[in-house]
Design a protein around this ligand. Structure first.
Ligand code: TXA
Ligand code: MG
Length: 541
């Protein structure tokens, strides 16, 4: 643990700034305010000091840092050449929230650029940042001052929460005006390319450069085999511990969707909290992207203090600074986006032998609902030569693959051996199952379906229920289920009981579901299904 000094920024107090400059000169690391987010700064020419920044953050070694300057004369020490485009950008947007990737100069150590032959440079506008750079007398390499993976800090308190005992000093300069990190643009390729949206919008950049390319990683998840142009974009970022799901569509449909959700909260726009019956954090007015940028990271951090499992976020606009807001929110949500205006997703589950498949069939044949079989998707994504199968082999051993195919028993033996192993299995398979399922829902919406059944045995264990507007469970007493399983699968009573024992009990299913369908005498399943129709009417009247 380091003894962290805390300073408060006061333009009149040059002594504090001088002391911070000394700390930086002698190889220390300091949390400093900028107009975007707080940075964790080190002398950019001192590889050893820069290594301390990586260590304090727990940052992956292949994710390079931005070098901050306070005067344009410092640029020549950092880069090997300045293109005309770079010059235009600097003239127009510096000081300000724009980082420009240029060819790296010799004085910049590999610790900063992580072995790349380019370097990102930015001149911040915050007076405290500029004063600190001047006092240090050297350019400062500074990533955001959060622990790697968590939301960037926009107040000194956030930096204290993450960096106390890790940084040599923290300078409190109040809350950051922009609230999301700088725009990162590369001008080393043929065409200027936006790598990370931020405080300077695409529209602003294009007013200076003409058309620019948007890197695919800005709005979509990179496939495991794709290389990230900006290494930072490939990491899971800005993630609160609670799960975030973006719900696009009208406010009214959002309200109906979250209405019966338990242990959840909403990230919503100003004025919406009072109309929602769940805990809410407001993130600015609906079309006010600047306000949303300013409040987003604070909101993501607050979610964790609330102790909830899932947060449903309203979908922000994606133009102007909104592109930065949606880019960060998409990462916080691991790219999970639901469409509340589309087909209603109904989770269907139940213990083995209760009659889940019969209900799924009735709903699709009689009521025209779309049907997604999660268990079939799970099998499909682990097929021969699939990326998931390769990841599983990597995690659990190459010998879970026999003649190119998955040996299910071998995988099960390892993946269910411990809680950690099961968690690892789920972390590989669940995101893919979720994204495939959501793609299928969108297909059904396009086909004009109003309801889609998401049929999954382990819907609660996998937490896929959180994607559904509501869940229905099909139940029957143990004896009846046992008889059905023995008959259906021609197995012994012992085997049937073993299978039943591996699942949640019927009672547990019932307690978690919104609707319970009784599939045993004297109940009639055709009549029971009407409960689903009634619930559906509540969501889409
Ligand atoms: O607003 C900001 O930019 C803040 C404040 C402190 O200035 N800093 C910041 O740094 O957000 P950081 O390290 O959290 O993000 C830097 C991003 C990463 O995505 C990194 O991969 C990318 O910039 N980057 C840095 N150097 C690069 C290079 N040479 N080529 C491509 N991407 C680069
Ligand atoms: Mg960062």
């Amino acid at each position: 643990m380091k003894n962290t000094l805390l300073f408060k920024y006061n333009p009149e107090d040059s002594e504090s700034i001088r002391q911070i400059g000394e700390i930086l000169k002698s190889g220390g690391i300091v949390g400093i305010p900028t107009e975007t987010v707080y940075g964790l700064a080190a002398n950019a020419f001192d590889g050893e000091a820069v290594s301390k920044v990586f260590k304090a953050k727990g940052r992956p070694q292949d994710n390079p840092l931005i070098v901050h300057i306070s005067h344009i004369s410092q640029l020549d020490e950092i880069v090997s050449s300045v293109s005309e485009e770079a010059l235009k950008l600097a003239e127009k947007f510096w000081p300000g929230p724009l980082s420009v990737i240029m060819p790296k100069g010799e004085k910049i150590p590999d610790e900063v650029s992580c072995g790349l032959d380019t370097v990102a440079v930015r001149m911040p506008s915050h007076p405290a940042a500029r004063a600190v750079i001047s006092a240090a007398g050297v350019p400062l390499a500074a990533p955001s001052a959060n622990l790697s993976g968590s939301p960037s800090p926009t107040t000194a308190q956030h930096v204290i929460d993450d960096m106390w005992g890790r940084a040599d000093a923290i300078l409190d300069g109040g809350s950051c005006a922009v609230g999301v990190e700088s725009t990162v643009i590369s001008v080393v390729g043929e065409k200027p390319r936006l790598l990370r949206p931020g405080g300077i919008s695409v529209e602003q950049l294009e007013s200076v450069l003409g058309e620019i390319e948007i890197d695919p990683a800005v709005l979509a998840e990179l496939k495991p085999e794709q290389k990230a142009a900006s290494p930072g974009m490939k990491y899971k970022h800005y993630s609160p511990k609670c799960r975030v799901i973006i719900v696009k569509g009208s406010f009214e449909n959002f309200r109906r969707f979250v209405k019966r959700k338990k242990k959840c909260a909403a990230l919503c726009f100003d004025g919406e909290s009072e109309k929602l019956n769940i805990p809410c954090i407001e993130i600015g007015r609906e079309h006010d992207s600047s306000a949303q940028a300013h409040l987003l990271f604070e909101a993501l951090r607050r979610l964790d203090d609330m102790g909830i499992e899932t947060a449903y976020a309203r979908c922000p606009d994606s133009d102007g600074v909104g592109l930065a807001v949606i880019n960060r929110l998409l990462r916080a949500a691991a790219f999970t986006v639901l469409d509340a205006d589309g087909a209603v997703l109904i989770g269907l589950t139940g213990p083995t032998g209760a009659g889940k498949s019969t209900v799924a069939r009735l709903l699709s044949e009689k009521y025209g609902a779309g049907h997604i079989d999660c268990d079939a998707i799970a099998r499909e994504i682990m097929q021969k030569d699939s990326p998931v199968l390769a990841q599983l082999a990597n995690a659990f051993g190459e010998d879970i693959i026999v003649d190119g195919e998955l040996d299910r028993a071998a995988l099960a033996a390892r993946a269910f051996a411990s809680k950690e192993a099961t968690k690892l299995l789920n972390s590989i398979t669940h995101p893919v199952i979720i994204s495939k399922s959501l793609a299928k829902v969108n297909d059904f919406t396009r086909e004009g379906k109003t309801a889609v059944i998401l049929d999954a045995a382990a819907i609660f264990e996998s937490k896929i229920d959180k994607l559904c507007a509501f869940t229905a469970v099909v139940t029957a007493p143990d004896e009846i289920r046992m008889d059905r399983i023995m008959y259906r699968d021609s197995i012994t009573q012992e085997k049937a009981l073993h299978r039943m024992g591996a699942q949640l009990s019927a009672k547990e299913y019932e307690a978690k579901a919104d609707v319970v369908l009784k599939n045993y005498p004297p109940y009639d399943i055709e009549t029971e299904i009407i409960k689903i129709m009634n619930e559906l009417k509540e969501i889409k009247p």
